[in-house]
Design a protein around this ligand. Sequence first.
Ligand code: NDP
Length: 513
Amino acid sequence: KASNVQPLNAVSLQAGQKEYIPLLETEKGESTLSIVVIGASGDLARRKIFPALFALFNEDRLPENFTIFGYARSIMTDEELRNMISKTLACRVDKRENCNEKMDAFLKRCFYQSGQYSSEEHFVGLNNKLKGEEAGRTSNRLFYLAVPPNMFLDAARCAKRRASSENGWTRVIIEKPFGRDTESSRELTRGLRQYLCEDQIFRINHHMGEELVENLLVLRFSNLVFEPLWSRNYIRNVQLIFSEDSGTEGQGRYFDNYGIIRDIMQNHLLQILALFAMDTPVSLDAEDIRNEKVKVLRSMIPVQLEDVVVGQYKGDCNGNTSYPAYTDDMMVSKNSLTPTFAAATLFINNARWDGVPFLMIAGKALHSKRAEIRVQFRHVPGNLYNRKFGTNLDQAGNELVIRIQPDEAIYLKVNNKVPGLGMRLDSSYLNLLYKARYAREIPDAYERLLIDAIEGERRLFIRSDELDAAWSVFTPLLKALEENKVAPELYSYGSGGPIGVHYLAARHNVRLG
Ligand code: NDP
């Protein structure tokens, strides 16, 4: 049936590289989807990918004919893989009685093939097994590379050469880190492009799949009240906060090579910033949204060393071993200068945002776990209440808070008169707390991203030019920090981070949230 098939986005594909959408309506029941999790024995696969796939199956979001293959070097039988997976599946959404039956049905569709990531011969074995399950139907294949980054290229090569679909589409999801700086990221992109065209590569940043991040565009572009205020005329500053209350426990080896700026700021927070700050896209199509994000990123001034505070957590001074120092990790050098905390002020050099500081704060081992966007508005000009009652009438500026996690919420701080005969104002909240408003549980970010990849919806995945523009914002800073061996300011585990962040915020007139 391949000859009936129309190429997707033929214009954006390179010559000779065609991605096919094989699903003519009449063929739907005849096609099959094979999802191959490369690195199936790993942490990400067990904790996130298999549970997300089950949740999609449980909600009837996967196609009728699908199979899931785990692939890794570990030797396992299909049954052992199923046992491993079953421990992490949960009936999160569907709590009805048949959930256990659904689990069994799901597990029956899971298979395992062991092999090396760089062995084309082993991928031929995988291909044969896939074909066996696909039973001659049109096959679409989604590979999820859940392996350490140094395996990406080998796995992509083998998947493409020996196990890609012959009559349907082949797509490959890769996880961050996408390089360590502009040069290594470009090298990775060039390497992947030897085997895959851009439209086949789905660079995942799971925070882009979070409910509140998705809602950011709805909030901005389907309400009249926000977008007119969304500029330097009304917004004084924006904070993007990602704070974790645990350290790097168990991840020291990975983390020490990357640090908080690469791990959180350059990708998660910058992606959110781009969505927050972009202009109205021509449409909701992936390319239109990603075009606008690239424009914002390319308008950004590379972060300057003087606009940054870096920190590293130290242990509990009372010797409590539950709160170790970062350098207590066996995999981390005692002299490590890797920041576990960073705060940076960024500026967008365009008409909408000129002069507005975007303060990014990211840290591990802090006092709270939260991800938030906080938008502080300018003060009311010629404020009547200040004129009549003086500044002792306590009035805070308006602030819009989008809390991405935990306890998803959107709230607006407004000044309000305290009921009574006198004139006293206080800062109150118009509060949209998701769990109070919506009974439904919020899907895990991986569920949304996996279904998007299956459906070919690319808007939440990072395009190569976006990635390149994002690295350009941070690469000079990363080089300066490393070349100058900038020592991070130490902060206590469980504290609010280094003192320096308060000075940085004060310099840009930001009230820390
Ligand atoms: P793991 O370290 O658990 O590795 C996954 C699998 O890869 C392992 O089970 C192992 O399988 C194989 N592997 C591990 N080390 C090597 C090696 N040196 N050479 C060859 N194969 C190796 O990784 P994660 O599952 O934690 O993460 C996978 C990818 O996703 C990484 O790129 C990571 O950065 C990224 N990521 C992970 C997140 C998470 O929450 N875990 C979050 C965001 C991104 P076997 O020995 O059976 O072949």
